[in-house]
Design a protein around this ligand. Sequence first.
Ligand code: COA
Length: 374
Amino acid sequence: MSETEPEIRKGLVGVVADVSAVSKVMPETNSLTYRGYAVQDLAENCSFEEVAYLLWNGELPDADQLKAFRAEEAGERAITPALHGVIRAFPQDAHPMDAIRTAVSFLGLEDPETADVSEAATRRKAMRLLAKIPTAIAAAHRASKGLAPVEPDPKLTFAENFFHVVLGKVPAPEVVKAFDVSLILYAEHGFNASTFTARTITSTGADLHGAVTGGIAALKGPLHGGANEAVMHMLAEIGEPSKAVAWLEGKFDHKALVMGFGHRVYKNGDSRVPTMTKYAEKMAEVVGDRRWMEMSRLLAAEMLTKKKIHPNLDFPAGPAYHLMGFDIPLFTPIFVASRITGWAAHVIEQQADNRLIRPLSHYTGAAQRSMPAR
Ligand code: COA
């Protein structure tokens, strides 16, 4: 390699940018651990609140610690009349990810500790964001449908309260559990694009609200979080299982991307897919509508046979959220409500051992030249 032609890893493929003790993605065994615990075990045995505590503190909480964590989160859920006013002023057709990005930015204007980047203040702000994000997502979603907001209920768990503020009711426990599992699976995933964005923002000395606002902007893209919505649009477009394979062949003919498939790190299967698929299947049983999961099964089998590409978490999450009763535009904001835990854990880690993130570029523009005479 000559000095003028440095090796460029387009998309930073394979680049190890820093150390992290938050989660470990192991593509060779299709596995993922948060603070050392397998994500499947956490999903089956823990609540989302316990996992949030784990991500932020390194250990699972005991009963008293969990009680205190839940009480703190539940006590911070309300948003101000000013933020409700801002949300009501959003254009009716505002993209929900733009809405929650703007709401988080506004929460930064309101938070008394925004500028304080100490670890203690960052932890308090992270808790406030965790608690208030669902309230803001729900208020924006309901406003876009001409509905009044629903006040959060501190007696409900995080997952129950999400249904309550969005839909005005809490569904059966098995539906709440499936949603809770999805929150756990979405909570954290190493140096993905939105987390790396949040860490890059943090590395400049900027605050948590800025990092999370940037993280949401990155998560919106269809190559990242936006894929869970795209999956459900795709299933709706296909319409019925008998059309799935022919639809896919048409995509192959055009070399089009099939949403919900492929992953930068996992090339032999996404560790989170079996757990989410199991709960999506449960939702299909509860609702009595097998169409979406049947279509999904056929698409996944065909993608594997013809392209050797496996589904990612967004693939089962899309139909699962639909079966839980959520409108499609809420799917990626739900990802935000969960991933705030991972983002905040990384912001705290970055702050604790910070160095400005500032890579180089290899210039390929015009050679140096003289200014034309004026
Ligand atoms: N549908 C069809 N082909 C796909 C594909 C998909 N979803 N994902 C990857 N491929 C193909 C690529 O076209 C490429 O083919 P080529 O070698 O003939 O050019 C090959 O598989 C390797 O993929 P690559 O683009 O190098 O992977 P990447 O690591 O850069 O991208 C994603 C990873 C996630 C961005 C990509 O798989 C994708 O766009 N998936 C769809 C969006 C999605 O579900 N995102 C959520 C991610 S969790």
